[in-house]
Design a protein. Structure first.
Length: 356
């Protein structure tokens, strides 16, 4: 069927491939306080980056809301219709009072922010291919699959971003998901269960939600973690398995689910990684991608403490300081590799001529 391509319109080349919209944040008569999730963390990340003068409002890519026809690339009509029942959304978002709200309010105040973050992930997928990297400051709803939501995840943004790329971007036919949120990413696992184009690495606390044994069959590289694992052992495992995954299969895109719920003290994650450990983890993943020149899309996923926004911002600043992300690299992008090769080839020919 014909596709809208609004989510794939090219943003100005002066923009960083950092995707965000103020619409991401869920604020509604204190409802957001009933869930451990910091429902304003996405805006806080952007504010920290602005304070550090890394970005400005007109230099970030403004996310657009995913429309029904975008969502139907993955979701069933039956599932989208279910979200018209407030009690279904209350169950998925784990905010019980949502069940008692009229659905038009639920759509506007809860689902629209999640649809906008989903649009942001889809947009960031194409940006990553064009520019070499992209970060959606939201997204990472890895418990949602085509016909089932859960764990605060109402739309399958990771599956959508990958399917959009497979269907609409030439030269993207293999993807690797590196899921380092504290929870198993059972949504994308269910969606890509028998899809050999998608390689999934997932490192998670083996004892917590969702414990989806069926979905685990889709994981090519399973790293089951014990309660309270700390930095040294954790980073060693991440390094070994990220390298292993990318050596096993070189994908056309990496989708990196960078949950910060691995942070020590997180009420839902049960792991004990320090803020510095999280920054280092993201660095390991980006280094592995950049050294192989594989485009990488990062989404921020879970993280349930007030200090996670600062850590995400610190991580992005660290990636920039190390030259793993920057605007120049971004605007010249991965697409220009062919041009580089041509120039090198021509230079070589010239030097050969002058030698003769």
């Amino acid at each position: 069927r014909p596709h809208r391509t609004e989510l794939y319109e090219d943003p100005p080349s002066a923009c960083w491939p950092i995707v965000y919209s103020p619409e991401y944040n869920i604020t509604f008569v204190g409802l957001e306080k009933l869930h451990p999730f910091d429902a304003g963390k996405w805006g806080k990340v952007i504010n920290f980056l602005k304070e550090e003068k890394l970005i400005a409002d007109d230099l970030i890519v403004r996310a657009r809301e995913a429309a029904d026809e975008d969502l139907l690339v993955v979701h069933t009509r039956r599932y989208l219709n279910k979200l018209k029942w407030s009690f279904v959304v209350a169950t998925i978002t784990e905010i019980p009072p949502v069940a008692f709200l009229p659905n038009f309010l639920v759509q506007r105040k809860v689902l629209k922010p999640l649809r906008t973050q989903t649009g942001g992930t889809i947009m960031a997928g194409k940006l990553a291919v064009d520019r070499g990297w992209a970060i959606n400051v939201g997204g990472g709803f890895h418990h949602c699959s085509s016909d089932k939501g859960g764990g605060f995840c109402a739309y399958a943004d990771i599956t959508l971003a990958i399917k959009f790329l497979f269907e609409r971007v030439q030269g993207v036919s293999k993807a690797t998901i590196i899921d380092l949120d504290a929870h198993q990413g059972n949504g994308h696992e269910r969606d890509f269960m028998d899809d050999h184009r998608v390689y999934i690495m997932d490192a998670y606390n083996r004892y917590i939600y969702p414990g989806d044994g069926d979905a685990k069959r889709a994981i090519k590289r399973k790293v089951e973690l014990e309660w309270g694992i700390e930095d040294i052992e954790y980073l060693q495992k991440v390094h070994t398995h990220v390298e292993g995954a990318l050596n096993e299969l070189k994908p056309d895109i990496i989708v990196y689910n960078a949950g910060t719920d691995i942070l020590d003290g997180d009420p839902l994650g049960g792991l004990a990684i320090s803020p510095q450990g999280i920054v280092k983890r993201d660095e390991i993943v980006f280094k592995a991608a950049r050294s192989r020149r594989i485009p990488i899309l990062m989404v921020t996923s879970g993280g349930y403490q007030k200090r996670t926004a600062r850590i995400i911002a610190d991580s992005i600043l660290n990636l920039h300081n190390l030259g793993l992300i920057d605007k120049e690299l971004a605007t010249s992008g991965v697409r220009n590799r062919k041009v580089e090769q041509m120039i090198r080839g021509a230079a070589k020919d010239l030097s050969n001529l002058s030698l003769q």
